[in-house]
Design a protein around this ligand. Structure first.
Ligand SMILES: Cc1cc2nc3c(=O)[nH]c(=O)nc-3n(C[C@H](O)[C@H](O)[C@H](O)COP(=O)(O)OP(=O)(O)OC[C@H]3O[C@@H](n4cnc5c(N)ncnc54)[C@H](O)[C@@H]3O)c2cc1C
Length: 406
């Protein structure tokens, strides 16, 4: 096992920022939570718009955005810490302008967009004036292996004609444009077969069929996952993002930092659920002589195990972020793959334990736990299912050992 140096010192400025965020969420956002559970997201938009304006006034908008795009220009480690703080609230990332999939779309538009694409799509997206979505997964092919994609984009004069049936296009409802992954070169090698396109959602060839009902909820606007059709959808050739055939390469750029954001958000969720678990264990009386759940050995062991697991997860995510900041995403590849499946598992175990300790209350929507149990289960599937990451990481490690590289 190689050893890596690391320095996780948190600057005073960063500590102040984190305190500001925690106070803002506790005072202004937590009181909205019960309404968020009960009302369609779309109905909350006016109120959320006001909160977003306050975030901007405080200089906390877009922690992941470079300063030239109106953001805070934080390093990945710093943004990771912010993401963790925001993750304690289900509205945190949306209110601070760093929600998926917009954050990833901003990143690739910034890296690969033309000047015109940046002006038209990137600037309003980074400012939170519009939203976007990312359409890659198809209904009829295994999303775990994107080289199987069947949706096509065929060049026709100055246009491309797109056809395909996608789903799990998060936030398609209300998005102004989609970034769509389409096969442009079916005969090319698998890695060079697909390209990315910017498709305005008011194009007559783009149709949102439905918001998929997920664990009982269809959601609306940003909090939804759409099934979408591209039918003879004509877009100008200028809407190609990056080079033709480079779709997967661009997607790789999107995933490295994106996984740090996700994992730290999940750790924010872990810290919230763990707090709730411990508070409930201390309060809940389970015997006539006043003993509480906290007096029980089984609960004490569970708390200790989860505490250790969260600590381990947190350090490995910060370490992966630190490596990306200092050595680049390619060198951090194994660390990124490892945290994706391990932290998703940690989060699932922490939410499950917190729900269990709350008993019937945990199953109800009177606390956030049932919401987290439903909506965060997807973490083990999106951005690469557990098994896919484990296979590719395990294969790479064993190959390296066979070559004497480790
Ligand atoms: C909440 C949520 C949000 C999403 N948002 C988006 C989005 O915005 N845009 C987008 O394009 N997609 C999105 N997705 C789709 C997501 O990327 C896919 O669901 C994922 O890639 C898996 O593809 P699939 O659903 O087709 O499952 P399949 O590929 O059919 O795989 C099904 C299961 O089989 C197992 N499996 C697959 N391959 C292997 C293997 N090689 N070895 C062992 N086991 C394997 C895994 O357990 C996997 O979960 C989202 C999904 C969810 C749940």
């Amino acid at each position: 096992m190689p050893l890596f140096p690391m320095d996780f010192t948190i600057s005073e400025k960063m500590q102040t920022t984190l305190n500001l965020i925690r106070t803002f969420l506790a005072k202004e956002v937590d009181p909205l939570e019960q309404t968020f559970f009960r009302k369609p997201f779309r109905e909350l938009l006016p109120e959320l718009g006001l909160l977003r304006a306050k975030v901007k006034q405080m200089g906390l908008w877009g922690p992941q955005l470079p300063e030239e795009l109106g953001g805070m220009g934080l390093s990945l480690v710093e943004h990771g810490l912010v993401s963790e703080a925001l993750g304690r609230s289900s509205l945190g990332h949306y209110l601070f302008g760093c929600q998926a999939p917009d954050a990833g779309n901003i990143e690739i538009l910034h890296m690969f967009g033309t000047e015109e694409q940046k002006e038209r799509y990137l600037k309003p997206l980074a400012a939170g004036e519009i939203r976007s979505c990312f359409a890659m997964t198809e209904v009829n092919t295994a999303g775990s292996n994107p080289t199987l994609l069947e949706s096509t984009a065929v060049k026709d004069g100055d246009e491309y004609v797109l056809n395909g049936h996608k789903w799990y296009t998060t936030g398609a409802d209300g998005a102004s444009f989609s970034i769509a992954m389409m096969v442009t070169n079916p005969k090319a090698s698998p890695a060079l077969r697909a390209s990315m396109f910017i498709v305005p959602t008011d194009n007559p060839g783009f149709q949102l069929m439905r918001n998929i009902q997920i664990m009982g909820e269809s959601g609306s606007d940003y909090f939804s996952h759409g099934e979408v059709m591209f039918q003879s959808c004509r877009i100008p050739k200028e809407n190609l993002l990056g080079r033709e055939g480079h779709g997967f390469r661009i997607a790789q750029e999107r995933l490295g930092p994106g996984r740090i954001h996700h994992c730290m958000r999940w750790l924010g969720i872990c810290s919230r659920a763990f707090d709730m678990l411990c508070e409930r264990a201390n309060e809940r009386v389970i015997t006539l002589d006043g003993r509480t759940l906290a007096d029980n050995d089984a609960i004490q062991h569970k708390v200790a195990e989860l505490y250790a697991e969260i600590q381990q997860a947190r350090l490995s995510v910060l370490h992966a972020a630190w490596m990306i900041d200092n050595d680049g995403a390619t060198k951090a590849r194994d660390h990124i793959a490892a945290i994706k499946f391990s932290v998703a598992g940690t989060m699932q175990r922490v939410i499950d334990a917190a729900l269990q300790i709350h008993g019937g209350l945990g199953m109800s929507d009177d606390t956030i736990l049932a919401y987290l149990y439903r909506h965060e289960r997807g973490a083990r599937i999106y951005d690469g299912a557990d098994e896919v990451h484990k296979s590719s990481l395990g294969k790479r490690i064993l190959k390296d050992y066979a070559k004497g590289k480790r």
